[in-house]
Design a protein around this ligand. Structure first.
Ligand SMILES: Cc1cc2nc3c(=O)[nH]c(=O)nc-3n(C[C@H](O)[C@H](O)[C@H](O)COP(=O)(O)OP(=O)(O)OC[C@H]3O[C@@H](n4cnc5c(N)ncnc54)[C@H](O)[C@@H]3O)c2cc1C
Length: 585
């Protein structure tokens, strides 16, 4: 079956829906999503979306840009960061006008709270003076992503977008550097549809499911990144994967940084507020890479608390904030602690551990969300990407909290606008039913396989070994081992067979397709990490503990080769006004 639309957006999270709102009504626009749109991961975002509104105290977009560059450990492209931080203020007011219900301060303005790495200079005349935490993150209690996603969903319905919910994209169609559309499977029937389109935008979110402990929803398997990678296009900076310091112990479910923004503190087994030793000025509100390393170091040096199953954790204590504040500002996350760990946060500390959270890397794009086909910056005609699956790169080596929801609305809109402009002169490229053959072949191979391997076993091995060998700390030996493990998993994945041979909601088949996507994501991540002989942001090499600006102020571009051994190329970081400095907090 062939369906034809001017624009096809793959992904109905914040980035996809914000782009959809921007497509003028005279063009036909389809949004494909493997889950019903409001179930996209954006809906789970808790803490906030930042912009230097200055509603609570003085602030400026330049402060925000400086923090983002410094937070990125100087790997973020500064031209894109300036675009994002400058546009942030307009973007938040626009969300308010679209109907997003923000929490309010006493004056009735949008309320703001502190978040890690967001600061302003103690001396306003000296940007490099001591920097103290600033209230910059706009929020809706601790359900910010939920209300943002619903607001954008309503607005895209108003914009007459056609939704294909529970459709799973299986292939990206590109010929001679021009995008022709995508292929997707209707999960309800297993039927394949060729979506012919003048332009395609990927907004497929993250890939946290390649790690065992993760805050990501089950859909976070990096499908969009894998489809782009398999189409011969590069993935950028995949070695930079963020571990959020505070996941619920053993489960990884997120306890938002808002808990520390509101005054929560981290404690080790002797009750010490250990962040005072690692980041004397901002303490618990240091950026995530630093806090995650600090927690693992406390645990490794024997100052963690041993759990019943033999694994260790530290405490996040909010009990001193009082029941009233907790119930008003942190209802959801404290509810999680009660439900899943049986802990009462108003009275006792919450056991936490770092959890795989956010992909800084992804599909390389320019600031208009056009996908790059190489490290020279040439673009694929008609192909766009935005949100967590994309790498603009505004987050560089480490994202600051609440900069992702901002990224979605700023770059989702810019992608939508760029597409609207492109459509004025674009034509359809010829496609026929055979465009689905590649997907059909892969699906038939899984359905007919009699091999002895099981999806769950391979997936678990991938997640466990990624967690151990390519997590918060990495080294050459471990990464080498991980490369071998990946090779073995790739080989074994060819003999995966499934029991469900039916066509209706065959979630086992989906699991098999997702497993291939996860292996592709892991491959680009591990090889990039192995090659990068330095420590920067979230990428910490124990055998190369220093940042190396002479050799590594550059973005990794990983290209898939048939040998399962990616080819790595590099693109210089864009530096505008902020020269690299040592990163102290
Ligand atoms: C628990 C949690 C809390 C967070 N809190 C915050 C916060 O407070 N502030 C902040 O700034 N950031 C936060 N983040 C990060 C932020 O929420 C995400 O980075 C962001 O929401 C990703 O949005 P997205 O639009 O790129 O993708 P998502 O919202 O993840 O949506 C992806 C979409 O792609 C679709 N899709 C994927 N694969 C396919 C496929 N093969 N075929 C068809 N469709 C597909 C999915 O169905 C979905 O609609 C949080 C993240 C998590 C996990």
């Amino acid at each position: 079956m062939i369906k034809t639309f001017d624009v096809v957006i793959v992904g109905a999270g914040g980035a996809g829906l914000r782009a959809a709102v921007e497509i003028p009504k005279e063009y036909s626009c389809a949004v494909i999503s493997k889950v019903y749109p409001p179930r996209s991961h954006t809906g789970t975002a808790q803490g906030g979306v930042c912009a230097a509104l200055g509603n609570m105290e003085d602030d400026s977009w330049e402060n925000h840009a400086f923090d983002t560059v410094k937070g990125s450990d100087y790997l973020g492209d500064q031209d894109s960061i300036e675009v994002m931080c400058r546009d942030a203020i307009r973007a938040i007011i626009e969300l308010e006008h679209m109907g997003m219900p923000f929490s309010r301060n006493e004056k009735g303005q949008i309320a703001q709270r502190k978040f890690g790495g967001h600061t302003k200079p103690a001396d306003p005349n000296d940007p490099y003076s001591n920097r103290l935490p600033v209230m910059r993150s706009c929020y809706s209690a601790d359900r910010t992503g939920h209300v943002m996603l619903h607001t954008l969903f309503e607005n895209s319905i108003k914009n007459q977008v056609t939704f294909f919910s529970e459709y799973f994209a299986t292939d990206l169609l590109i010929e001679n550097g021009v995008c022709k559309g995508v292929v997707a499977m209707d999960i309800a029937t297993s039927e394949l549809t060729v979506f012919q389109a003048k332009s395609v935008l990927f907004a497929t979110g993250g890939n946290g499911r390649i790690f065992r402990i993760t805050s990501n929803a089950h859909v976070g398997t990096g499908d969009g990144m894998a489809l782009v990678y398999r189409a011969g296009l590069p993935l950028e900076d995949m070695e930079f994967y963020q571990f959020h310091p505070t996941g619920l112990w053993k489960l990884g479910i997120l306890v938002s940084e808002a808990a520390r923004g509101e005054g929560g503190i981290l404690k080790n087994s002797s009750g010490e507020r250990f962040m005072e030793r690692y980041a004397p000025t901002v303490k618990d509100l240091a950026p995530r890479d630093m806090v995650s390393r600090a927690i693992i170091t406390e645990i490794r040096e024997g100052r963690g608390i041993r759990g019943s199953d033999g694994t260790d954790y530290v405490y996040l204590d909010v009990s001193h904030l009082g029941k009233e504040l907790i119930d008003e500002k942190l209802p959801e996350i404290t509810g999680f602690a009660r439900t899943y760990l049986g802990v009462e946060p108003t009275k006792e500390p919450i056991p936490i551990q770092p959890t795989a959270h956010y992909a800084m890397g992804g599909i390389p794009t320019n600031a208009d969300c056009e996908v790059l086909m190489n490290e020279m910056g040439e673009t694929v005609k008609g192909l766009y990407a935005a949100g967590e699956c994309a790498c603009v790169s505004v987050h560089g080596a480490n994202r600051l909290g609440t900069n992702s929801l901002l990224d979605l609305v700023v770059f989702g809109r810019r992608g939508g606008k760029a597409i609207a402009e492109f459509l004025k002169h674009a034509d359809f490229q010829p496609v026929d039913e055979s465009a689905a053959d590649n997907s059909r072949r892969i699906i038939d191979a899984v359905m007919n396989s009699t091999g002895g391997e099981k999806i769950a076993a391979l997936r678990t091995e991938l997640q466990n070994s990624m967690m151990e060998l390519c997590g918060v700390f990495r080294n050459e030996e471990g990464l080498k081992k991980m490369i071998e493990i990946l090779g073995g998993l790739r080989e074994r994945s060819r003999s995966v067979s499934i029991q469900d041979k039916g066509k209706v909601f065959n979630t086992e088949l989906l699991g098999a397709l997702e497993l291939q996507n996860m292996l592709d994501n892991a491959e680009a991540t591990v090889f990039g990490a192995y090659a990068r002989n330095e420590s920067r942001g979230a990428h910490t090499r124990e055998d190369h503990p220093k940042r190396d600006d002479v050799n590594w102020m550059k973005h990794t571009f990983a290209f898939r080769k048939n040998s399962s051994y990616p080819e790595l190329k590099y693109k210089p970081v864009v530096v505008t006004r902020y020269q690299p400095m040592e990163r102290k907090y």
